[in-house]
Ligand binder design. Sequence first.
Ligand code: AMP
Ligand code: MG
Length: 488
Amino acid sequence: MATLERLNFDNTYARLPDVFHTRLAPTPLPEPYLVSFNPDAAALIGLSPEESKRLDFPEYFSGNRLLPGSEPLAMLYAGHQFGYYVPQLGDGRAILLGEIRNGSGECWDMQLKGSGQTPYSREGDGRAVLRSSIREYLCSEAMHGLGIPTTRALCIVGSDAPVYREKVETAAVLTRLAPSHVRFGSFEVFYYRRQDAHIATLADYVIARHFPHLDGLADRHARFFGEVAARTARLMAHWQAVGFAHGVMNTDNMSILGLTFDYGPFGFMERYDPAFICNHSDTGGRYAFYQQPQIGQWNLAALAQALTPLAPAEELNRVLEEYGKIYLESHLSLMRQKLGLTQPWEEDIELVEELLGMMHSSQLDYTSLFRSLGGFDSAPGSRNEALHDQFVDRAAFDAWAARYGARLHGEASVDAERKVRMDKVNPKYILRNHLAQDAIIRAQQHDYSELERLLQLLRHPFDEQPGMKNYALPAPSGEPPVVVSCSS
Ligand code: AMP
Ligand code: MG
């Protein structure tokens, strides 16, 4: 286990041509203090958790002091935001310190988010607030706990320095880890600048590091796009199956590795509603829950456009056409698992859709309902009261339950075994907005106990955890919902 001085930096992004980035140090943050440290993420880079107790730890993770071996820079990128191309974005409030190679040879980018202005800040102040940093911190670890590809979070460092959003808040820096921070928009910027050589440089860089089996192949760029599309399709299937809405699926927030990336006004759906919009700023509903798989494809089309100098358009189009098939197959497979089914039957899609339709009309909590479905009694004639009583149209539920029971018998499903399987895919705990909000309000008063509790809880979202029953419940109905928007 390494000390901070001995992290094994290997800064390959810094060695790309100068046009890819701007070298600069983070802006100092006044009197930083540690808010939370995540030993699970530390293990990824071989960092000893004892290091978090050092008095100078917050100095390093605020960016006030540079980690030995790091070569700080802001990455250049562009992107389509809400459907419109923005020619230059880039890290406006983040600094890539470099990549750390761990003992197994894996490389992890280390990025400080909220580390001050850069040449790409546009009108922004370069800062992130404690509220949004806690949301990203908790959610990225929650997604990892759920088995969904995501960036990770090492720690949060706070400061009492004021940051002006809709009201005055305080600053924080989140340290993010990811195998790569390259996004669709990293390619787009060079396409629209007509700098084809740079597109090729970036593609070959990403291939060498993340898709080495394609290295040197004549058709590597088309194949690379095929793999990005497949990963994106599978990621969308995961989001839909778990009820996660990202909120800002702009192409600059789309990871080239198919990771859940850049957490802002995201939300886990409570009552099942395909039209769910988690981002208060998304007035048109472009990124509504049901749109996500389609937007994934739209974003891939934007990436395909940027790759046209490297690969034949027919090949790129063929990949785009296959996206839908991969998405549907992945989604159906995940939904089958949620129903505890082990064999693929034609009729399963209807079974899923009917259940979702009933959940929608009965306004049921998506997560809780699936979790309780694990207790389904498949014995013929069983009333399954606990489930039955939750639905408004009880006759419809009974009809569905009869079909589901028959379907289970069709594959000789054993109730007790199925429940064990289902409890491993239907989470008991998700990061509900009101839970995150509680942790945020306390943290704003320098009480981090709730943040720690949630972090621990969400590491194991499928396990029943004693004394944590209330954390599985939807937001209390009397209280106004937590509103989240792009302001972070
Ligand atoms: P996001 O929607 O948070 O992914 O951000 C989109 C773009 O705006 C990125 O280029 C960010 O770096 C930039 N940005 C967001 N917030 C700020 C801020 N407070 N200061 C500077 N740049 C920002
Ligand atoms: Mg972003």
